[in-house]
Ligand binder design. Structure first.
Ligand SMILES: [Fe+2]
Length: 130
């Protein structure tokens, strides 16, 4: 099984909102579970992650709306694009087609996407929260 280095929360990941920071931490924890060495049911973790991601996107969009973040529409499109891709990956696992290669690709993509998302969020909307 692939063992990828786990992601760690860093101070510069903070967007300045406790709820968002906590949710980002929770997402990292789930992705670490997916990328770790423990024997896991990939489909189960992906389903948990999907549920968590849905809640996070909804809460994040509500917060950005509340603070009048000017690029909310762009952020929504990014969220939608990710959700669509993620649905497709989950569908693959539900249909029993999740090979090790696919798992590795999903792991890498998730890690990259979420690190980018968190760092981008920290830069993009943190200043509106102050
Ligand atoms: Fe976020």
């Amino acid at each position: 099984m692939t063992n990828l280095a786990t992601m760690e929360w860093k101070a510069n990941f903070s967007v300045g909102d406790t709820k968002m920071d906590d949710q980002h931490k929770g997402l990292i924890a789930l992705i670490n579970q997916l990328c770790g060495e423990d024997e896991i049911d990939v489909r189960e973790v992906l389903e948990k992650l999907q549920e968590y991601v849905d809640i996070h996107f909804r809460d994040e969009e509500a917060l950005l709306e509340k603070i009048g973040y000017p690029d909310l529409d762009k952020q929504k499109v990014e969220h939608e694009t990710f959700a669509k891709w993620f649905d497709e990956q989950l569908e693959t696992y539900r249909n029993g087609g999740g090979s090790d290669t696919i798992r590795e690709r999903v792991q890498n993509y998730l890690r990259t996407w979420w690190i980018k998302h968190i760092l981008f969020s920290a830069k993009a909307y943190a200043s509106y929260l102050k």
